[in-house]
Ligand binder design. Structure first.
Ligand code: HEC
Ligand code: HEC
Ligand code: HEC
Ligand code: HEC
Ligand code: HEC
Length: 331
């Protein structure tokens, strides 16, 4: 199984250092930035994940430097929190039939007659033609931490568990290829999942200025909202925007209002003039009077309907009950 995994060509002791004696007495924790002792053929240099290490460390998920760690750096995901040593899977999806792998491999082996070599390179390449995690796996991975309210509060972030209340999640759950998981929006084409940024950073795909193009998802294999206009992209995705609850609380307590509560006030006034009984209709303008008329009409028809339906049902049940009792006496 190990040989069939993405690290199958690497020796155990290239990752697990200090295994020179048995039993191993000084085995170190694996550090993914060590040199792997394989050559990367395009440039013929010793390969290592050191570059990704630096990239992740500069991202919002970075742990900081040893001398100057970020606060609660133990909450940050490292390579092995997000990655397993994945076993190569045969290519499927993209409307390809299962079995395509064996068919293609047959062609490679006609030239590269060393079958094991050809299989290895075929898998190496084909594995990258699809996402290594399904959308469902990705959402679960990220939510592991991001639905943990206490952990997120330590970093002044709201938990994003309400992703599961959205149609996006329903789509992911039922395997809709176009439904976005966390990566579709937070690291779309042109961005890297290893350099995620805060939403307030202009380099983030969910920064205000980039949202329209993120929603439109041009160039992606996912078809999202190609016609997204600027106002479309102003909708909230994770509704628990920091500060929203405070605004509502301030409004309820009658404290000086923060931005945006104007809207709530207008709506409240509107509801009271349309719905309450003793409103002086002369104080309303023409539209408001018309809307009130419609509202009252709907209200009366609805009340009438409820009375007739429920009342009729009640009479029917009573008659049925009377007949049942009577029949039982007769027999
Ligand atoms: C690509 C690097 C890599 C290679 C190659 C590799 N491992 Fe690991 N191994 C890891 C990582 C990462 C862990 C997780 C523990 C850690 O972070 O130290 C691990 C964990 C383990 C553990 C559990 C250790 C513990 O403390 O629970 C064993 C046992 C192990 N590996 C044996 C092997 C053997 C045997 C091989 C060769 C067939 C091998 N590994 C090859 C990276 C590697
Ligand atoms: C028509 C014969 C032929 C077929 C079919 C073929 N290859 Fe090759 N391959 C070659 C030749 C010749 C080279 C070396 C010349 C070159 O790099 O273009 C090569 C080079 C390569 C290399 C680069 C090796 C290195 O170390 O630089 C890889 C990897 C590779 N092939 C994989 C594959 C895979 C996977 C398939 C099947 C999908 C495949 N090849 C199909 C003839 C073929
Ligand atoms: C927050 C989670 C996360 C962290 C932390 C993370 N990665 Fe990734 N990584 C991903 C995701 C998600 C992908 C993209 C998978 C896809 O598009 O299929 C990816 C892709 C990769 C790829 C390309 C995958 C392939 O084989 O095609 C490599 C290599 C990689 N990561 C290595 C690392 C290393 C090394 C580290 C540590 C320095 C690391 N990652 C840290 C989530 C993470
Ligand atoms: C449809 C696109 C989309 C999806 C899917 C999505 N996000 Fe977001 N995310 C956004 C946008 C846009 C923002 C900026 C704030 C807002 O509009 O709600 C954001 C903000 C965030 C924030 C910062 C929250 C804040 O209010 O400060 C975090 C953390 C986050 N997302 C994590 C996730 C995780 C984890 C997932 C997967 C479970 C996910 N997102 C799925 C678009 C998305
Ligand atoms: C091991 C826990 C963990 C995992 C797994 C994890 N994150 Fe995070 N993430 C965090 C922490 C902690 C922060 C806060 C970092 C900070 O504020 O310095 C964060 C911050 C973020 C932010 C920045 C929010 C903002 O606007 O400030 C985004 C976006 C994000 N994560 C997305 C993701 C995505 C997408 C995934 C899955 C690929 C993921 N995270 C997986 C712990 C995690």
């Amino acid at each position: 199984m190990f040989n069939n995994s993405v690290h199958g060509k690497i020796l155990c002791k290239n990752c697990h250092l200090n295994l020179d004696v048995i039993p191993h007495n000084d085995a170190k924790k694996v550090d993914c930035s060590t040199k792997c002792h394989v050559k990367e053929p395009s440039r013929d240099v010793e390969f290592s994940h050191g570059n990704l290490y630096a990239e992740v460390n500069e991202s919002i998920h970075g742990k900081g430097t040893p001398g100057n760690p970020k606060t609660f750096s133990e909450d940050m995901p490292g390579c092995t929190d997000c990655h397993l040593n994945t076993v190569y899977k045969p290519v499927q999806g993209f409307d390809q039939q299962p079995g395509i792998s064996r068919d293609t491999l047959r062609r490679c082996i006609s030239c590269h007659t060393e079958a094991e070599w050809a299989t290895r390179y075929y898998q190496h390449f084909a594995h990258r033609l699809h996402r290594s995690k399904t959308a469902l796996e990705t959402a679960k991975l990220c939510l592991n931490c991001h639905q943990d309210e206490q952990m997120m509060a330590r970093h002044n972030l709201p938990a994003t568990s309400n992703y599961k209340d959205t149609f996006h999640w329903k789509g992911v759950l039922y395997n809709d290829k176009n439904a976005p998981d966390c990566i579709s929006c937070h690291a779309p084409i042109g961005y890297s999942v290893h350099s995620l940024k805060s939403m307030h950073d202009p380099q983030s795909p969910v920064h205000r200025t980039n949202l329209q193009s993120t929603c439109a998802s041009a160039d992606s294999t996912q078809q999202c909202h190609p016609g997204a206009v600027e106002s479309f992209a102003t909708g909230k995705i994770h509704q628990t925007e920091a500060g929203f609850d405070e605004k509502v609380a301030a409004f309820v307590k009658g404290e000086p209002i923060l931005d945006g509560v104007d809207f709530l006030e207008r709506r409240k006034r509107y509801e009271s003039i349309i719905e309450s009984e003793g409103v002086d209709t002369t104080s309303l303008d023409a539209t408001e009077r018309f809307q009130r008329k419609i509202y009252l009409l709907v209200k009366y028809v609805y009340t009438l309907l409820i009375t007739v339906v429920i009342g009729g049902m009640l009479i029917h049940q009573l008659m049925d009950f009377y007949r049942t009792i009577k029949n039982r006496k007769n027999h």
